[in-house]
Every structure is written in C-alpha cells, then in structure tokens.
Write a protein that binds this ligand. Structure first.
Ligand code: BEZ
Length: 220
C-alpha cells in the first residue's frame, strides 16, 4: 500500500481525541511518540492490546515516549470502552489519548487502512498499525499487523531501545538484541573513526571474507 513510510514526516493533522482536539505535531512536541491504531472499539484483541500498552506506561515514561491510540469509533464509544480495557487488565490506566476517525480520513493519511477489514456498513477499518515517531516528527519504524494478530508489547519496547541507541550513537542492533547486549558499529564508520568514537573499544569478528564489517561494542 502506498503512503507514509520510514523517514516521512507525519502530516500535522487536526485530530479529535478522548483528551480533546489537537494537532499531531503539538502532541508530539519533540518527544518520541507511539501512534497505534486498532480495528475497532469493543473487539477482543484490541481490548487486550490497549490494556497492555497502558500497563507499560512506566516503561514508556522512562524512555520519554508518549502514546497515542486510534480507533475509528466515536469518542463516547471510546470512553465507554476504556472501562472494559481497564477492567480486563488490572492496574492498567488508559491515560493516553485515543483518536476518533469517523470519516476514515486520518487512517488513510497515516497509512493505517486494512484493505481486508470493513465494518458492518462497509466502511474501511484500520489495521493494527504502529508508527514510532521520532522527535523531529518523522517515522522511525512502522509495524503493520492484520486484525487477527495482536502485537507484542515487549517487542515494541525492544525496538524503541534499539531506535534510541541508534539515534545517539553510530550503531545498529543485531538479531534478537536486548538492552545490555553488545551492539554493532554502523558500516559507514571506518576503524579509525570507530577507535575515536568508541573509547571503550570494540571487537571485530574474523570472517572468511576477511572484511572487517562485523564489529561489536557496548553502549547504553
Ligand atoms: C479484535 O480486536 O479482536 C478483532 C477486530 C477485528 C477483526 C478481528 C479481530
């Protein structure tokens, strides 16, 4: 599907939410933000996802990350649904805004439409899209899941940790990386630069090609 992708600026749309109306860039205001959509209110998988997102609020706060949900239903429906979400996930407080998008204009502009899902009136529905927006209002990472597959919130936190490290240092995170494990030095950094950039040192893996491109170091 064409549309918003990594590196693009999120359009500064005016949105109606459970916390009032605002423009997206005003909400982001230089923070990292997770903008995530759901096929509909009062649906089973979505109810579990929004609760888990709320339950992880401390993890997101620690990383300076704001949350912003979206489901097309109206604001009264959202407010009623929040009671179910909080009841299902004990300890969860849905204190982040949820956008309402009755005209489906927002999900189209944010590349969040699921081509396979329609509501009973035949209107389009959002996929389980999740955009991680960086402090400059650009998309850093997107997930696009179908309605039938709930997202893994530990993975959301893990990729945030990867993105935030890569924004601070010229590094990338290898397969299955977790915080505390070594990262790899970006290919654009030569060994001389790496010595200056990483005074803690780095280890180069000896590979059959003898090309010294797999270099591990530690950053926090
Ligand atoms: C759900 O949230 O459970 C759901 C929503 C739409 C289609 C299938 C599942």
């Amino acid at each position: 599907m064409p549309g918003l992708t990594i590196g693009d600026t999120v359009p500064n749309l005016h949105v109606q939410t459970t916390h009032g109306d605002f423009k997206l860039h005003d909400y982001f205001s230089g923070s990292w933000t997770i903008l995530f959509s759901h096929p509909g209110d009062f649906t089973p998988v979505c109810t579990t996802e929004l609760g888990k997102m709320a339950k992880y609020s401390e993890e997101f706060n620690k990383r300076g990350v704001k949350l912003l949900g979206l489901s097309c239903d109206d604001l009264n429906s959202h407010k009623e649904w929040i009671k179910d979400i909080e009841a299902y996930t004990p300890g969860a407080k849905v204190d982040y805004p949820i956008i309402s998008d009755p005209t489906r204009d927002i999900i189209k502009q944010l590349n969040m439409v699921d081509p396979a899902e329609k509501d009973p009136k035949g209107s389009q529905l959002p996929s389980r899209a999740l955009h991680i927006v960086g402090p400059e209002n650009t998309i850093k990472l997107s997930f696009l899941y179908p309605a039938t597959t709930g997202r893994n919130m530990d993975e959301v936190v893990r990729v945030l940790d990867s993105l935030q490290r890569a924004s601070k240092h010229k590094v990338a995170t290898p397969v299955d990386w977790k915080p505390g494990e070594p990262v790899v030095i970006s290919p654009g950094v030569n060994n001389e630069e790496a010595k200056a950039m990483f005074p803690q040192g780095f280890q180069t893996v000896d590979l059959p090609s003898k090309k010294e491109y797999l270099r591990f170091t530690q950053v926090s």
